[in-house]
Design a protein around this ligand. Structure first.
Ligand code: MEV
Length: 306
């Protein structure tokens, strides 16, 4: 939304994402396949007397502790007089790319409001730089998918059309913190240093799902995609990023007939994802197993100006 005159403001939104394949392995240069999902973060930017950031955690000025990603985005674009308001339906720190979505939506809203002239590729690149800065480690996956939408292969950035199959997310509502990704990436790195001959082949195998997965997405072969997701889940468990709660939701979804189910994102709590043609049945199984079920859909829309 853009209004003229004194009330001029710009709202942009950006989607969350799930990993079909490849989280953690992507940190070591392996391929990953990530899909934008129809849960969005909305950011409104308005010229103001000073910097003001408002979200459900409260109102601050430039605050690199409470509003790390938004503050970094404002600093990156070098604006001194912006009021930013954030609303979101993406759970924070749960493996659904909430930090990427708020970062690229903030960059876009300010870019539009101040007519800075950046294109989407610039937004994705700056978003990745900000995630690297705040988290210490981040692949470009989340920020690229959130900016562009669709299904994206990393590192090539090739885009596929979204799948027309049902997708259900199960949130354990456990372990979500803004530092979780960095901690789990570090944990895998330590395990890899300790047992390189064991962990490197696992990482390589995780990377190998994407190529096959891209053909299966084009062929709409959801049964085979599901089988590979199940194997990917087992390997994420082997890397030590699974939890009791995540496994309970993954197995509940599979028992309810999902094509496949796996952890999505860094793990250590957070969310799992299931592909299914019976979203209601899978969602109710996830709820019964103690998770918060979210029925959503894949989307081709990345950043949108509202
Ligand atoms: C986190 O959503 C996914 C990881 O692969 C880290 C990253 O790609 O930045 C664990």
């Amino acid at each position: 939304m853009t209004l003229n005159g004194d009330n001029k403001m710009t709202t942009c939104s950006a989607p969350g994402k799930i990993y079909l394949f490849g989280e953690h392995a992507v940190v070591y240069g392996e391929s990953a396949l990530a899909c934008a999902v129809d849960m969005r973060t909305h950011v409104t930017a308005k010229k103001s007397g000073s910097i003001k950031i408002t979200s459900k955690i409260g109102t601050t000025g430039l605050d690199f502790r409470k509003h790390a990603y938004v503050s970094s985005a404002i600093k990156k674009l070098d604006v001194k007089d912006v009021a930013v308001k954030i609303t979101s339906d993406i759970p924070i720190g749960s493996g659904l790319g909430s930090s990427a979505a708020v970062t690229v939506a903030t960059l876009s809203a300010i870019n539009e409001e101040y007519s800075l002239g950046y294109v989407k590729e610039d937004i994705a690149r700056m978003g990745h730089e900000i995630e690297l800065d705040v988290q210490g480690a981040a692949s470009p996956t989340d920020t690229f998918v959130s900016t562009m939408g669709g299904i994206v292969e990393i590192p090539s950035r090739k885009r596929l059309e979204p799948m027309d199959c049902g997708v259900v997310i199960g949130n354990t509502n456990k372990g979500a913190t803004s530092k979780k990704t960095a901690r789990l990436v570090k944990q895998v790195a330590v395990l890899r240093e300790e047992y390189p001959e064991v962990i490197n082949p696992i990482i390589k195998t995780i990377g190998s799902f994407t190529q096959k997965g891209m053909s299966l997405v084009s062929e709409k072969d959801y049964t085979s995609l599901g089988k590979l997701m199940n194997i990917n889940h087992g390997l994420l468990d082997a890397l030590g990023v699974g939890t009791t709660e995540l496994s309970a939701l993954v197995y509940a979804a599979r028992d309810a007939g999902a094509f496949g189910a796996k952890i999505t994102g860094a793990g250590g709590g957070g969310c799992m994802v299931a592909l299914t043609d019976s979203p209601g049945k899978v969602a109710s199984a996830i709820s019964k197993a103690g998770g918060q079920a979210i029925i959503t859909k894949f989307t081709k829309e990345g950043i949108l100006k509202e």
